[in-house]
Design a protein around this ligand. Structure first.
Ligand SMILES: N[C@@H](CCC(=O)N[C@@H](CS)C(=O)NCC(=O)O)C(=O)O
Length: 341
């Protein structure tokens, strides 16, 4: 996954059909299912969108255990580890290296296909890419993966299921702001969303240094923009905020220590801090934040980075809720008032 410069390279998603536009996949209530991990920032943007639009009764949700497991445990030649389903009453998992004990709190098993692993879904879909990522948007009718690219799933949930949505008028990709949103995504994705991974998974110093520099230049840029406007692409909530938020909410808990993104904490920057609180307190977005899954996943799933799967304490405290800090009052309403005055 890294090139010869030691840089982390993310593979492109393989399933790119579009519900509503592709005639094989019309928008229907009850036909599609979303497989996610609460820990994964890409999958979580889809869950937040599902809640924001009020689509919980239209598209089902399964949620993996945060700790990756061997996906062919009986085949000694297959060492792949990945996302595994569990029920909350199943016994705890340990890390792929056999350390720790991590209960399947807040997991939702796969009642659609009875899959044990996300890999099973790709195999049912006759996939040959060898990469078994979440999110997966699944079609129950054709028994296949429709799309596994979060940026596209977010857009489909935003616009294609409106006849069934509780909040059909909420538009997080409004025409008037599309250029602005695309412009923001263009620098936020490589330097922030993927930027933290480029820091954490770099295997050469120069690759890390470059990613680190770009990451904090972009976070400084966010801090400045957010001093002038309530949201990152203007004065209204958009998908660009959903995408940025996923990295920021994981930053102080995980990335600072695990991915070595330690120039500053988000909570040290007044605009970023209040912005995260504002979004966290937006109904739908906070509901999709499960800090136990976030911390447990990263710290227990990559033996290369944390062999013994010891999870640091820090902000969330022993109950792992991670919510106290971000539930405190924020000052972002005042900014909207100032702009509207
Ligand atoms: N382009 C994909 C990326 C998804 C992705 O990389 N997900 C990670 C979890 S955060 C994953 O499932 N990784 C599994 C693996 O690397 O084996 C998207 O945005 O949907």
């Amino acid at each position: 996954m890294e090139n010869d410069k030691g840089e982390f390279k993310r593979k492109d998603s393989t399933y790119r059909s579009w519900i509503g536009k592709d005639k094989d996949f019309p928008a229907e209530a009850g036909r599609y299912h979303l497989y996610i991990s609460w820990a994964c920032p890409w999958a979580n943007r889809c869950a937040a969108m599902l809640y924001l639009k009020g689509l919980e009764d239209v598209i089902g949700l399964s949620v993996t255990h945060p700790t990756w497991q061997r996906t062919k445990p009986n085949d000694p030649n297959d060492e792949h580890t990945g996302w595994t389903f569990a029920s909350p009453d199943d016994p705890p998992f340990s890390s792929p290296t056999g350390f720790g004990s991590f209960p399947p709190k807040e997991c939702v098993p796969d009642t659609v296909n009875g899959a044990k692993y996300v890999r099973d879904l790709y195999e049912m879909s006759k996939d040959t890419s060898g990469k078994y990522t979440v999110p997966v948007l699944w079609d129950k009718k054709t028994k296949t993966i429709v799309n596994n690219e979060s940026a596209e799933i977010v857009r489909m949930l935003n616009s294609e299921f409106n006849p069934f949505a509780k909040n059909p008028d909420l538009d997080l990709y409004p025409e008037a702001l599309q250029k602005e949103i695309d412009g923001v995504n263009e620098w936020v994705y490589p330097t922030i969303n993927n930027g933290v991974y480029r820091c954490g998974f770099a295997v050469k110093q120069a690759a890390y240094d470059e990613a680190f520099k770009e990451l904090f230049a972009s976070l400084d840029r966010c801090e400045e923009i957010l001093g002038k406007q309530r949201y990152i692409a203007g004065n209204q909530l958009t998908e660009a905020d959903l995408r940025l938020f996923q990295t920021l909410i994981r930053f102080d808990e995980v990335y600072v220590v695990y991915f070595k993104t330690n120039k500053y904490f988000i909570r040290e920057k007044p605009n970023l801090k209040n912005y995260v609180r504002d979004l966290f307190q937006t109904p739908g977005i906070g509901k999709a934040v499960h800090m136990y899954h976030i911390k447990t996943h990263y710290l227990t799933s990559h033996p290369r980075l944390n062999y013994y799967a010891v999870v640091p304490g820090g902000e969330t405290g022993p109950d792992g809720s991670g919510k106290g800090w971000w539930s405190e009052p924020h000052d972002r309403d005042a900014l909207t008032d100032k702009l509207n005055a």
